[in-house]
Design a protein around this ligand. Structure first.
Ligand code: C5P
Length: 233
């Protein structure tokens, strides 16, 4: 798939989400549906947005025993999403089972990407709470390599990690990167941010952008600016 901008539709309700998408008359941005909207509005919201012609990244971050994840992935695959994800911490066996569950009888499937260590986890928390004592960037690279070995298509990571992930796992291994802000824009709770242009230079394949678009006075204009800067056209 080509590089693209994915809008994080972090809205609490179906109505707010559809009102937001209505502003893009005739244009069909790639959207991310997360836990809040999925658990609040149910799977029907995925079908509805798909019917409107959008590509969808369903960000539910599955993590359970392999058999449970496999069966859940079969359900998500039937929703005809384009990308879904899980936690690499679930182990290689879980990721392989997920791929099996995701693959439809005709051999097609959504792309599957892994969360390595959440960007909210820092070195201290990893050592204290998870008893993982290696450096964080080494852990992220190891999880990415395990995901690649399991056959996954890529990982969610910071723009700043995209280069080392490509080095470790190959250029075609996808890096899907949140933490994007316009130059001079409000950073909010994100810590390690990059502009869309910088994300392109760093080798991100997809940038996930929420508030810089959803909270903009003119979201369509903000999305177009993001596409221009990230895609360089
Ligand atoms: O509003 P903002 O641009 O910060 O939104 C970023 C989106 O990416 C949110 O949906 C957030 O949950 C998600 N995300 C993230 N960092 C990660 C994984 C996902 O910001 N490591």
């Amino acid at each position: 798939m080509a590089k693209d901008v994915i809008i994080a539709c972090d809205f609490p309700s179906r109505e707010q989400t559809l009102d937001f998408l209505d502003r893009f008359s005739g244009q069909k941005p790639f959207v991310k549906i997360g836990m809040e909207l999925f658990y609040g509005a149910g799977p029907q919201i995925v079908r509805e947005i798909k019917e409107r012609g959008h590509r969808i990244f369903l960000d539910l971050k599955l993590h359970d025993i392999p058999n449970t994840v496999k069966k859940a992935m079969t359900v998500l695959s039937a929703l005809d999403v384009d990308i879904c994800n899980l936690h690499a911490a679930g182990t290689r066996a879980m990721m392989e089972a997920a791929l099996e569950g995701l693959t439809r009888p005709d051999g097609t499937r959504p792309l599957l990407i892994a969360v390595t260590q959440l960007t909210s986890t820092d070195q201290g928390a990893m050592e204290r709470d998870l008893l993982i004592e290696k450096p964080l960037d080494q852990v992220v690279r190891h999880y990415a390599r395990t995901a690649a070995a399991a056959g996954l298509d890529g990982v969610v990571c910071s723009c700043l990690e995209a280069g080392q992930i490509h080095e470790a796992c190959g250029e075609s291994f996808l890096t899907v990167t949140p933490g994007v802000r316009f130059a001079g824009g409000d950073v909010g709770d994100q810590k390690r941010v990059a502009t869309p242009e910088r994300a392109r230079e760093l080798g991100s394949d997809y940038i996930v952008v929420g508030r810089p678009i959803t909270a903009a006075e003119d979201p369509v204009e903000a999305w177009e600016r993001c596409c221009r800067e990230f895609l360089g056209k």
